[in-house]
Design a binder for this molecule. Structure first.
Ligand code: ZN
Length: 217
């Protein structure tokens, strides 16, 4: 038995070495792809080229970023902020509390909670609260939003934005790149793009207008 196990281990270790060799060359390749010189070059690239770059290999690069611990910690922090915002929910009628943390392109984060009203229709969702706070501060470019919701004290589920909030997002965000992080906990979340939640959207371009400029200034 020992001999067989040992042989098995030796085979495993050979296979592992092979895998490590592949891994290490893949890592080198990745490092070459992400060298600081190239990053510098990307920073200097025109908006058009950046757009092209995103189209060609953006998904792959973003996947790498998602897998990095740094990115994960950043997303977890955003989710924690959404849960903190949820605590401020004013929802005496439904009892359903939601929170959102909206990350602007400049890195600032705007928080929002749902705010209900006795007349019902003036009620505002957490996502729109966050967006309207940001826009009223002159911010119109965004990367992502973390959204949480549920009945306090009960196990929650992913809480997707309502249709109205999706429409507000489409006014200010690139539907293909804007990320919506649906979270049940800081380490339990999934990321979807706005285009997945709002396909064939109606936006500023349909009225011949440009998408929201980067700054209100
Ligand atoms: Zn909503």
């Amino acid at each position: 038995m020992n001999g067989t196990e040992s042989e098995g281990q030796s085979k495993m270790s050979g296979a592992e070495k092979e895998e490590q060799r592949k891994m290490s060359s893949a890592e080198k390749e990745e490092q070459r792809g992400m060298s600081s010189a190239e990053k510098e070059e990307q920073r200097g690239m025109s908006g058009v080229k950046k757009e092209e770059q995103r189209g060609k290999c953006g998904a792959e690069r973003e996947k790498q970023d998602k897998e990095s611990g740094c990115e994960r910690a950043h997303l977890e922090e955003l989710v924690r902020l959404a849960f903190a915002a949820q605590k401020r929910s004013y929802s005496p009628y439904s009892g359903f509390a939601t929170g959102a943390a909206l990350e602007a392109a400049d890195g600032r984060v705007f928080l929002g909670c749902n705010i209900e009203n006795a007349a019902y229709s003036p009620t505002n969702c957490a996502e729109r609260t966050a967006f309207f706070k940001a826009v009223s501060e002159g911010v119109r470019a965004f990367r992502r939003i973390a959204v949480v919701g549920g009945y306090p004290g009960r196990p929650g589920d992913y809480c997707a934005p309502c249709g109205v909030c999706r429409q507000v997002m489409a006014e200010f965000c690139d539907v293909d790149t804007f990320e919506i992080i649906l979270a049940r906990g800081p380490r339990d979340y999934k990321i979807v793009r706005l285009a997945e939640l709002l396909p064939l959207h109606f936006g500023p371009e349909d009225l011949g207008a440009q998408a929201a400029p980067l700054s209100a200034e």
